[in-house]
Design a protein around this ligand. Structure first.
Ligand SMILES: O=C(O)CCC(=O)C(=O)O
Length: 246
């Protein structure tokens, strides 16, 4: 896809799919680095950067956060890569790489990701930010595919409330109205396929109902250089968390 088509599609839909953005060899390297990290470094991570679906069960590792802060390989992926260039093209400005995350949904117990807008957590003004989601293996309806509500990035911020889902504490409680379901697009992805969404695009992911398949993905977040913290939104968020959080 040429840059202009890419940008037009992203602006119209609030997301894009780039099949084969990375090669199988590049994905194999990322997976190797992740395995190495999990084996050798995950023990030193603070609890806010490592989450398990079942507490105390290492086989249910669900999420690693801020990988770029612990491993220069992931710092390079975030700050100095084709992902960085793509974020700049889509946001039409210089970007600041914020984080690299690892998302897994372990078989049988991997919970669905509640419908949400990342911008609710980001709290930016202007809302110049993108999230990238890179499939590290085959992902489909059975093991937790991602879906987006087409055009939802143009409809503002929806009401969010506490969800009880570890790692995704805020969700859209009234999600499921026809305006959502009629526009929802589900993605069957292969290793190397990249999904990119705008910070206001409503998205979610299904649970992993398979018996033995994992669902591994890498997430990257970029803020546009123009995006500043929205002080009023932050104050409202903290107040809501204090009222409803665990
Ligand atoms: O992988 C998932 O389940 C969800 C990822 C997500 O919500 C995101 O990348 O913003």
């Amino acid at each position: 896809m040429d840059t202009e088509t890419l940008k037009t599609t992203f602006e119209r839909d609030g997301f894009i799919l780039l099949p084969g953005f990375l090669t199988i060899e590049q994905i194999a390297e990322i997976r190797e680095r992740l395995d190495h990290f999990i084996k050798n470094q995950s023990a030193v991570l603070p609890p806010e950067h490592i989450k398990y679906e079942v507490k105390g069960d290492a086989s249910t590792l669900k999420m690693l956060q801020d990988l770029h802060a612990y491993d220069p390989f992931f710092a390079d992926v975030l700050f100095n890569s084709t992902f960085t260039k793509l974020a700049e093209e889509l946001l039409e400005e210089k970007v600041i790489g914020k984080t690299v995350e690892y998302f897994n949904k372990p078989p049988k117990v991997g919970k669905g990701t509640p419908p949400h807008q990342d911008g609710y957590y980001f709290m930016l003004k202007p809302m110049s930010a993108v999230t990238m989601w890179m499939a590290l293996e085959d992902v489909d309806a059975e093991n937790g595919w991602v879906s987006y509500v087409k055009g939802s990035h143009k409809l503002g911020m929806r009401h969010h409330a506490y969800t009880n889902t570890l790692g995704f504490s805020q969700g859209i409680p009234d999600f499921g109205i026809p305006a959502d379901t009629e526009k929802e697009v589900f993605f069957k992805t292969k290793p190397g396929d990249l999904l990119v969404h705008h910070a206001l695009t409503i998205h979610r992911a299904s649970p992993n109902t398979s018996e033995d398949r994992t669902r591994k993905a890498m997430g990257l977040i970029y803020f546009g250089a123009s995006a500043a913290e929205d002080v009023a939104a932050k104050a409202a968020y903290v107040k809501a968390l204090n009222q409803t959080g665990p």
